[in-house]
Design a protein around this ligand. Structure first.
Ligand SMILES: [Zn+2]
Length: 118
């Protein structure tokens, strides 16, 4: 990977990170607004707790993504970006362009997903 590609991926990572942080703060604001509705009414209560769970789940996923993005940024600084954490082989530039925060190459990712679904 040349430095131009690296720079492009770094920008993409930082942009993604920004968007998640923005989203997370929006979720937090919405959470505060949902709270009073819970005390008001049974129907509202059910709806609100569902929404709350949904938001929590979403933000949890985003938090995980945020960690992966931070790891990828650290790897760029250390100059070992683009190496699969499992097999130590280079991750294809095509994959990195699509999901620059991925720690695994496509083969290892598939192995992981199979493990989870079994
Ligand atoms: Zn691999």
């Amino acid at each position: 990977m040349n430095s131009k590609e690296k720079e492009r991926i770094k920008k993409k990572l930082l942009k993604e990170k920004d968007e998640i942080l923005k989203k997370l703060s929006e979720f937090r604001n919405e959470g505060k607004e949902i709270e009073p509705g819970i005390a008001q009414d049974m129907v509202d209560k059910a709806e609100s707790s569902y929404t709350k769970e949904f938001l929590f789940e979403l933000s949890d996923t985003e938090r995980k993504l945020l960690i992966q993005i931070d790891n990828a940024l650290k790897k760029i600084e250390r100059d070992d970006f683009g190496i699969c954490e499992m097999c130590q082989k280079e991750i294809s530039i095509k994959r990195l362009s699509a999901v620059p925060w991925t720690p695994y190459c496509i083969k290892c990712q598939e192995k992981q997903e199979k493990k989870i679904s079994q």
